[in-house]
Ligand binder design. Structure first.
Ligand code: FAD
Length: 415
């Protein structure tokens, strides 16, 4: 067992941990020309930044220039945080480190190279050139505060550091249990809120949906508990093996965990009213009276979606002629097209989730410095905190920005 002394130990070499190292390098060394603070990154995987490389389908949607507090949920004071730490500031900070970004029509910001590797390279090149040491293949199994120092144990090393940055992320999409992730802040006295999978597909228990697998369509989706609307999203819905997927569904999944008997209601034609659509159906039933009912949706919706709507409406024999459709039936079909209701269950698995909802209770972390309210020399960053963003760059925005804030606060202690 090696004993390694450091001034600052960063636990977790993911988005937040790597940005903390790069920003500390910038604030302490590049800016002042000093290089006398020993910083280590301790990472359980063989390489840092594995999850980062998967983000944005390998393109890394690193922030969203339109981010507001409404894009987040959880107990952390994100409104106060975003007041000072805007996405524009983060993009400018990345530029100082050498990363050039571009934005799309929905305010999603990516590296101009369109590659997550560029983000990883920029962060690593910055901190490695200023002497930050990486310790990979080191799973932190315990942390303890003794005599003004943190003692951090892994299989092969014992680290001792005056300041610790906890940036271990979450149990979403990794082979690491909830207990492993949250035992470290717990050991230092922090409380953890309930942890659930977020930004995840939603399972639906419907035979009718099984015929729709692989179809994508643009629509409006609402998460409902009885008649209450819990969340509304617009975008591309994807019918998957056992349920619903796509960014709009991922966003609904963040709000599902407290819902009793949740339902997702799909509006396949969000730009038309049910009344207008009933009239359209009536007209085409008259005009194409000789066609069979299963042709009703031609030119409007995917045929399989049309069949699912007709089955749900219990229209009966599909070989009937369109001319035989009654006004009542067209109204029923129009209403079902506008409010196609699917019984869904709460996501349980973290494997397909992009984030975990919940984490270190937000009131225990300062939104001004990311300092723990329990320990003066402990900083907690990123997804480990109960601060959950929607899809679109909001989670990386928080991981990166929280790291910059902590680095600036720590650097002040050394200046
Ligand atoms: C497929 C996918 C795509 C995504 N795409 C986007 C996107 O485009 N935009 C966006 O904003 N968000 C995206 N996210 C979410 C985003 O990746 C996370 O919110 C973000 O990475 C959180 O950063 P973090 O540094 O807090 O945690 P992480 O990036 O998860 O880093 C934590 C690090 O700590 C290490 N670690 C954990 N426990 C220990 C331990 N005990 N000892 C040592 N090391 C430990 C982990 O191995 C990991 O390297 C995506 C997530 C997934 C899964």
């Amino acid at each position: 067992m090696n004993r390694i002394k450091a001034d600052i130990a960063i636990i977790g070499g993911g988005a937040a941990g790597m940005m903390a190292a790069a920003a500390l390098s910038y604030e302490l060394f590049a800016k002042n020309g000093q290089n006398n603070v020993h910083i280590v990154i301790i990472e359980k995987e063989a390489r840092v930044g594995r999850k980062l490389l998967k983000t944005g389908n390998g393109r890394c949607n690193l922030t969203n220039s339109g981010a507001t507090a409404a894009d987040y949920s959880g107990s952390f004071d994100i409104a106060d945080f975003l007041d000072v730490n805007t996405p524009t500031e983060l993009i400018a900070y990345f530029a100082k480190l050498g990363l050039i970004c571009k934005s799309d029509a929905e305010n999603r910001v990516y590296p101009i190279s369109n590659s997550a590797n560029s983000v990883l390279d920029v962060l690593r090149n910055n901190y490695l050139s200023y002497g930050v040491a990486e310790y990979c293949n080191n799973v932190v199994s315990s942390i303890d505060y003794q005599k003004q120092s943190y003692i951090i144990k892994t299989d092969s090393n014992i680290f001792e550091a005056a300041t610790v940055i906890l940036a271990t992320g979450s149990c979403a999409s990794v082979n690491f249990s909830k207990e492993n992730i949250y035992s470290l802040p717990k050991a230092l006295g922090h409380n953890i809120s309930k942890i659930n999978p977020g930004l995840s597909p939603i399972q639906a228990n419907s035979k009718i949906l099984s015929g729709l697998k692989g179809i994508r369509c643009n629509c409006k989706v609402q998460l409902k508990e009885q008649n209450n609307v819990l969340a509304t999203e617009y975008g591309e819905l994807q019918f998957a093996e056992n349920g619903l997927s796509g960014i709009c569904i991922f966003n609904l999944s963040n709000r599902i965990h407290n819902a009793e008997n949740p339902k997702v209601e799909i509006d396949f034609l969000p730009n038309t009213t049910a009344q207008d659509f009933a009239k359209i159906l009536c007209n085409r039933a008259a005009k194409f009276a000789a066609l069979t009912i299963d042709e009703l949706f031609f030119g409007i919706l995917n045929k399989r979606i049309g069949m699912a709507i007709l089955k749900t409406c219990k229209i009966g024999d599909f070989s009937r002629k369109l001319g035989a459709l009654t006004k009542k039936e067209t109204e029923k079909i129009a209403n079902c097209t506008k409010a196609f209701s699917v019984d869904v269950s709460r996501p349980q698995s973290f494997a397909k989730a992009q984030i975990a909802i919940g984490g270190v209770i937000g009131s225990e972390i300062s939104s001004k410095t990311m300092q723990s309210t329990l320990h003066g020399n402990l900083y907690v960053l990123g997804e480990l905190i109960d601060c959950n963003g929607q899809c679109g760059g909001f989670n990386l925005n928080f991981a990166f920005s929280s790291a910059v804030v902590a680095a600036k606060s720590i650097a002040e202690k050394y200046n």
